[in-house]
Unconditional design. Structure first.
Length: 64
C-alpha cells in the first residue's frame, strides 16, 4: 500500500532534522578546534630529568 503524503513528509522532515543535528555536531567540533588556535603555544622548558645526554666521548652541541 502506498504511503500517505503526510507520512512521507513526516519521514523526510525527521531525516532532515537528523542531518541538521549531525552538521551541528561537526560545527561544534570545528569551533572547539579553531578556538584552541587562538592562543599562542605556551613556552615549554623540559626539566633536566627528561633531557638526553650525549654519548661519552662526543662533544656537546651548543645552542645558538
Amino acid at each position: 500500500m502506498a504511503e500517505r503524503v503526510e507520512d512521507t513528509i513526516f519521514i523526510n522532515l525527521i531525516e532532515s532534522l537528523q542531518r541538521l543535528h549531525e552538521d551541528l555536531d561537526k560545527v561544534e567540533l570545528w569551533i572547539g578546534a579553531l578556538k584552541s588556535f587562538q592562543n599562542p603555544v605556551p613556552d615549554y622548558q623540559p626539566s633536566e630529568r627528561y633531557l638526553l645526554r650525549p654519548p661519552q666521548g662526543h662533544p656537546a652541541r651548543r645552542n645558538s
